[in-house]
Design a protein around this ligand. Structure first.
Ligand SMILES: [Mg+2]
Length: 293
C-alpha cells in the first residue's frame, strides 16, 4: 500500500512566522489549548514545519525553549538570508540558498560590503551574531533623517551594481533604528518558494501564516496563506487591498476565531488557516484535542 496516495497522509508543509504569529508575544490573549494543538499537529509524520523569521539561529532556539515549540524541519532565518534543514537536532545550512541569493553581490559578503560605509558616522555595526554572509546590519540613532541616510547608502550600492535592499525598522523598546542590508533576492517569499521547490511541495499542500507588514509579500502571493486574527486592522486592510489588486484574494484567509472555540489569535489562527484550505485536517486537530478533555 502506498500511503503517499492517500489524502490523509499527503505531505503538508506549514510555514509560519514566529513573533506574534506562532509566538503569543503580542497584546492579544492566546486561547488556552491553541499552542498545544499546534504541537500535536506538528508532531504528525505527514506534517513538516518551517519557521520563517527575522530571528537568527540562537534567537529561534530561545523562542522554542521559552514557548515549548516543536523543533521545526526547516528554518528560514535572518530575514530570509538563511535556510536550514534540521534533523536529529543538527542544523544544516543550505549552501544552495546562499548561492541563489548571493549572485547580485558579486562575491562580496557582509564583512567586505562594510567598506562602502566606513565613513558614515551615524551608523554602528550590530553584534557579529546578527550578521551573516548576506546580511549586513547596523544600529542607527533614531533621531537620524532615515530617508536621506537610506538614499545615500542605496546610491553607493547602486554605484557598485550591488543588488541590495535596505530594510529599515525601529526597535521601539530601545528607540533605536535598525538597518539591514540584504540581497534583493533574499525575501521571505522567495525563500518559501525555494524551500517548496527544493522539497517538492506545491501550492496545494503548503500553507503560510503571518501577522505583519513583512509577511505581506507572502500573504498576498499565490501561496495559500492565513493572516492571524491578532494582526492590526491596518495590516488586514493592506493585505486585502494587495491580494485583491494581485488577483490572489482566494489564497488569503483572514482568521477570525471560532475553530474549536478558539479565538483565531497566534497558533489558533494558524490552525484555522490549515482547516480552511485543508478541511480534512480538522479531524486530526480535533482527534488530538481529545487528549485535553
Ligand atoms: Mg510577526
Amino acid at each position: 500500500m502506498n500511503f503517499n496516495q492517500s489524502p490523509a497522509n499527503e505531505r503538508i508543509l506549514i510555514c509560519t512566522d514566529l513573533d506574534r504569529t506562532l509566538l503569543p508575544n503580542g497584546m492579544q490573549p492566546e486561547s488556552p489549548r491553541a499552542r498545544e494543538r499546534f504541537c500535536h499537529l506538528a508532531a504528525r509524520p505527514e506534517i513538516s514545519i518551517a519557521y520563517v523569521t527575522g530571528r537568527h539561529r540562537e534567537l529561534v532556539l530561545a523562542a522554542i525553549n521559552e514557548y515549548q515549540l516543536p523543533l521545526p524541519d526547516y528554518v528560514i532565518g535572518d530575514v530570509g538570508t538563511s535556510i536550514y534543514s534540521i534533523e536529529d537536532d543538527q542544523w544544516q545550512p543550505w549552501d544552495s540558498w546562499q548561492q541563489e541569493i548571493g549572485i547580485g553581490w558579486h562575491g562580496l559578503t557582509h564583512d567586505t560590503l562594510t567598506a562602502l560605509f566606513t565613513d558614515i558616522e551615524l551608523i554602528r555595526l550590530q553584534e557579529s551574531e546578527k550578521q551573516n554572509t548576506f546580511k549586513l546590519s547596523y544600529y542607527v540613532a533614531s533621531a537620524v533623517n532615515a530617508p536621506a541616510l537610506l538614499d545615500e547608502m542605496q546610491q553607493r550600492l547602486d554605484n557598485e551594481q550591488i543588488a541590495a535592499s535596505l530594510i529599515w525598522s525601529v526597535d521601539e523598546t530601545t528607540d533605536t533604528g535598525l538597518l539591514d542590508i540584504l540581497p534583493t533576492a533574499a525575501t521571505k517569499r522567495h525563500a518559501v518558494e525555494f524551500l517548496m521547490s527544493e522539497q517538492g511541495y506545491s501550492l496545494d499542500n503548503t500553507l503560510y501564516a503571518g501577522d505583519s507588514g513583512n509577511d505581506l509579500p507572502v500573504l498576498t502571493s499565490p501561496i495559500h496563506s492565513v493572516l492571524v486574527a491578532n494582526a492590526t486592522n491596518e495590516v488586514r486592510q493592506q493585505a486585502l487591498q494587495m491580494a485583491t489588486a494581485q488577483g490572489t484574494r482566494d489564497a488569503l484567509y483572514l482568521a477570525h476565531g471560532n475553530l474549536l472555540g478558539m479565538n483565531g489569535n497566534y497558533s489558533a489562527g494558524i490552525l484555522e488557516g490549515c482547516v480552511h484550505y485543508m478541511p480534512e485536517i480538522l479531524a486530526r486537530i480535533d482527534e488530538e484535542s481529545q487528549y485535553d478533555a
